[in-house]
Design a protein around this ligand. Structure first.
Ligand SMILES: [Zn+2]
Length: 86
């Protein structure tokens, strides 16, 4: 049970299959953040090793978290929205 704080692309495995207690939830942006880049983009599963099933729900939860403003959109996107709404 030695999970590193930051994801290391050394050994690929689905973190959600490995740890059944790891919540896959939009209310947990601290966990979702491990699966997005610094710019807020979703990291493809060939890099994170997340299985197809969990990657799909992960994408949904990330999108939901974005709508709830728990996660940031990409920098370009958010400035874009601001300009348009003004
Ligand atoms: Zn999985």
């Amino acid at each position: 049970m030695a999970f590193r704080k930051r994801f290391t692309p050394r050994k690929k495995f689905c973190r959600f299959c490995a740890d059944k207690n790891l919540p896959l939830d939009y209310k947990r942006p601290d966990i979702l953040r491990d699966f997005i880049t610094d710019r807020g983009k979703i990291i493809p599963r060939r890099i994170t090793g997340t299985c197809a099933k969990h990657q799909r729900s992960l994408t949904t939860e990330i999108k939901r978290a974005r709508q709830m403003a728990l996660l940031f959109y990409t920098t370009v996107h958010s400035t874009d929205v601001k300009k348009k709404s003004v």
